[in-house]
Design a protein around this ligand. Structure first.
Ligand code: PML
Length: 248
C-alpha cells in the first residue's frame, strides 16, 4: 500500500514558528494536510504568515523501530553535572558540557539558533556539519497511534506533543550505527524540558535544562570518529522511519 510523507513548516516574518510531519496511507493524506494546516495556524508562538505543506510518496518501505526507553531525570544537581554523569563514559564529560553551553549560547556562527542539528565528533569535538547555520535535520519519520497512547499512559501529566515528536526523532537518530548520542534543548522560551539520548541507554528527559524565557537552544548529534557526514545526512533526511511502540 502506498505511503505518503506529509510535512508542514510555518514562519512569521521569516522566523520559524512550527513544523511537523507524518507518514500516512494515501486515503489519510487529505485529512492530515488539514490537521497540519490547523496546527500551523494556531500555534502558541503566534500566527504564521507563511505555511508550507509538502506531500511526497515514499519510495521505500519505512523502517519499523521500537522507541528508546524513556527516563525522567529528577536531580538537585546542576544540569551540567547531570549531563556529565549520564553521558559518562560514552561521551567525554567536558565535551558534553561544552556542547550544552554552545546550544544555550546559540550554535550558529552569529550566535543564533541553527535550523538543524550540529554534528559533533567524539572524542575531540570536531564539528562535521557543512553549514553551521543549517546543520542537519532528521525527517521522514512518524510514530503510530499505539505509541502515542502508550506514551500518554507512561508519562502521565508529563506527556506533551513535543515529547512524543522528540522521542520519535531521537529514536531515528540513535538508530544510526555511528551515532552515540543526541542532546536537545528546545528554542521555545516556554519549553524548558530537554533531553539527552545515549546509545544503549535511552532517552533521558531533563526538566529545567534551560532558564525559562531563553529563546536559544538546538540539537547536537554526537558521532563516532570517522563518521561520514554525507552518509549520516542521507539517512537522517531520506530513510523513512515509523516508531511503532514504546519500550517498557
Ligand atoms: C523542541 O520541540 O524544540 C524540542 C522538544 C524537546 C522535548 C523534550 C521532552 O519533553 O522530552
Amino acid at each position: 500500500m502506498a505511503l505518503f510523507s506529509v510535512k508542514m513548516r510555518s514562519s512569521k516574518g521569516g522566523v520559524h514558528i512550527s513544523g511537523a510531519e507524518r507518514i500516512v496511507k494515501e486515503e489519510e493524506v487529505e485529512q492530515t494536510v488539514l490537521e497540519l494546516l490547523r496546527r500551523a495556524k494556531h500555534h502558541s508562538r503566534g500566527e504564521a504568515d507563511f505555511i508550507n505543506v509538502k506531500v511526497e510518496k515514499l519510495k521505500k518501505e519505512p523502517l519499523k523501530l521500537k522507541a528508546l526507553p524513556v527516563f525522567e531525570v529528577r536531580s538537585r544537581l546542576p544540569v551540567e553535572e547531570v549531563l556529565r554523569r549520564l553521558s559518562y563514559p560514552l561521551i567525554p564529560e567536558e565535551l558534553v558540557v561544552k556542547t550544552y553551553k554552545l546550544l544555550l549560547k546559540g550554535p550558529a556562527p552569529n550566535g543564533s539558533v541553527m535550523r538543524g542539528a550540529a554534528v559533533i565528533e567524539v572524542p575531540e569535538g570536531r564539528r562535521l556539519e557543512e553549514d553551521r547555520f543549517k546543520g542537519v535535520r532528521a525527517s521522514m519519520l512518524d510514530g503510530t497511534e499505539e505509541l502515542r497512547r502508550e506514551l500518554q499512559r507512561l508519562a502521565g501529566d508529563k506527556f506533551t506533543e513535543n515529547f512524543a515528536e522528540a522521542l520519535v526523532l531521537s529514536t531515528k537518530v540513535l538508530h544510526h550505527p555511528d551515532v552515540l548520542g543526541e542532546l536537545c534543548i528546545s528554542d521555545d522560551p516556554d519549553y524548558t524540558t530537554g533531553y539527552i539520548s545515549l546509545k544503549g541507554k535511552g532517552y533521558f528527559r531533563v526538566e529545567g535544562i534551560k532558564p525559562k524565557g531563553l529563546k536559544k537552544g538546538g540539537r547536537a548529534i554526537f558521532v563516532k570518529k570517522g563518521c561520514s557526514f554525507k552518509k549520516l545526512a542521507e539517512y537522517l533526511k531520506g530513510e523513512p522511519v515509523i516508531v511503532t511502540e514504546a519500550s517498557g
